[in-house]
Design a protein around this ligand. Structure first.
Ligand SMILES: CC(C)(COP(=O)(O)OP(=O)(O)OC[C@H]1O[C@@H](n2cnc3c(N)ncnc32)[C@H](O)[C@@H]1OP(=O)(O)O)[C@@H](O)C(=O)NCCC(=O)NCCS
Length: 253
């Protein structure tokens, strides 16, 4: 599609009589169409690492990065695939994703607060999520290897507004660092709020509300507020029917 648009921009440019103006128009429009970024600041970079080489500000299908501030970096490593993702960054933000099978509809809709970092390790997958990272500065979100986010996930590690006790003291502190461990499956519609930590090998049940730090690995955490409902579990990405059939087949041997 962007090749067609580029072609039309070049045709349109022919009708601009002044050479300098013509070149400016062509360059501006082409960079807009051919890039995944919209840059309103300075020193911002979108870097794609492919075959150990860094490609600066490439067009990445399915991803729009809007740099609303300055000195921010988005660093992505292949293999990685996007669909309908739109991220708004502010000042001194860093997003790094090591690799992902697919990232669909991962939205960062509001300008990320200053000095906020999002790191996602290898083999991530996501069907749909909103990360609200705009309302408090200096946050760090770390998501481990091989995490699987279902549809409709919300991550909101701060309250956005202040609450005081009767002595006028703040009682709702923002969370600076939120960690989701390796190999975590987040079920449909889960809401992850401040003070959360999700350990390795966990499953978060559909529509659960996580608002505290869990430390025991390999558990199912579910409900509102979420609690451990099963311990010592393992999970993988295959359909249960695969194993159900295998059990039947093994019995018949
Ligand atoms: C979390 C989940 C995987 C657990 O499945 P399971 O191991 O078969 O668990 P069970 O159905 O035996 O439930 C165990 C207990 O947890 C409770 N529970 C399970 N899921 C729950 C949820 N989402 N919210 C609240 N409680 C839940 C059950 O009511 C049960 O409670 P009880 O022991 O008091 O009766 C499943 O319930 C779930 O939420 N699946 C998510 C599906 C999804 O989002 N898929 C996306 C694919 S991309």
């Amino acid at each position: 599609m962007h090749k067609v648009l580029t072609f039309f921009i070049r045709i349109l440019a022919i009708f601009i009589p002044m050479k300098q103006l013509r070149r400016k128009f062509r360059n501006f429009c082409c960079s807009y169409v051919n890039s995944s970024i919209q840059d309103y600041g300075k020193n911002n970079k979108l870097i794609l690492i492919k075959n150990n080489k860094e490609i600066l500000n490439p067009k990445i299908k399915g991803l729009k990065v809007i740099f609303g501030g300055s000195n921010s970096v988005v660093k992505l490593s292949t293999p990685i695939k996007f669909k309908d993702c739109r991220w708004v960054l502010g000042n001194n933000n860093k997003i790094e994703i090591k690799s992902a099978e697919h990232i669909n509809k991962l939205d960062i809709p509001h300008r990320m607060s200053d000095n906020t970092t999002l790191f996602i390790d290898e083999d991530f997958s996501c069907e749909g999520a909103i990360f609200y990272l705009h309302d408090e500065p200096d946050k760090e979100i770390i998501i481990g290897k091989d995490c699987m986010f279902s549809f409709g996930i919300t991550l909101w590690p701060s309250d956005g507004h202040s609450i005081f006790n009767n002595k006028g003291e703040l009682i709702n502190f923002p969370q600076k660092k939120l960690t989701i461990g390796n190999h975590v499956w987040i079920g449909h519609g889960a809401l992850i709020l401040k003070n959360s930590a999700i350990p390795d090998g966990s499953i978060i049940g559909a529509r659960s509300l996580v608002n505290k730090a869990f430390s025991e690995k390999n558990t199912i955490i579910a409900g509102t507020p979420a609690k451990i409902v099963k311990r010592d579990i393992l999970w993988n990405r295959k359909y249960p029917s695969y194993y159900a059939q295998k059990m039947v087949d093994d019995k018949n041997v």
